[in-house]
Ligand binder design. Sequence first.
Ligand SMILES: [Zn+2]
Ligand SMILES: [Zn+2]
Length: 264
Amino acid sequence: MLIDSHAHVDGPEFDADRDEVLARARAAGVQRMIVIGAVDEPASAERAVALAERDPNIWATVATHPHDAAKMTPDWWAVHERLAPHPRVVAIGETGLDYYYDHSPRAEQQAVFARFIALARTVGKPVVCHIRDAHDDARAILREHRAAELGIIIHCFTGTPEDAAAYAAMGAYISFSGIVTYKTAQPLRDAVRQVPRDRLLVETDCPYLAPVPKRGKRNEPAFITYTAEAVAREVGISYEDLAALTTENATRIYRLPPANPSTY
Ligand SMILES: [Zn+2]
Ligand SMILES: [Zn+2]
């Protein structure tokens, strides 16, 4: 069994064949997934929660991507505040800082990130963080707001091995996406070994970032097997052990109920 710890299967990219995509995931051993309701518009959060309501092996998160931090309105915040306590919502995210694209001014990204950590504290749930080229500022905000008490997931980690070690020292979980399979991503593969085994996660971030050999295609949860193989190789354990380990880790940080095979 594998858990895709970060999937955007709520999105329009999957409207035509969502049921087939979910069936392929299960056939590939991906029995559970976390759907991230945080892309583009408040409707993403609503869609993620709706998916989680109808499928016992899907859970949702809600927030607004740092790209859109500057677009947040009181109504948009109200959607997240209403959905955050929902029993199928297991985390607040993705939120964070993206200084690579800088689609929103950095000060607004920082303020929105801090406010989502506060929302996570209100509902007692962990925070899923999207951090790109902003690791020092991100760690400062996470520390200032004592996010480690809630649980921190650094999703689609793209920092240096030193960044991985610094997050690990804070108690964060670190999630690797298909990028870890890319030929040029040796520093990222080196970072895998900086993460304590009990803090490792794998994800697709689908529909983005399909792993080799699917690179360039629309990504989907079934493709996580390629990423898991690459991470297993770096850690130096079997695919089966890596699958069991990351499943255990995701179950712990997202506080999922024990697996129930009769619902697959
Ligand atoms: Zn992200
Ligand atoms: Zn994402």
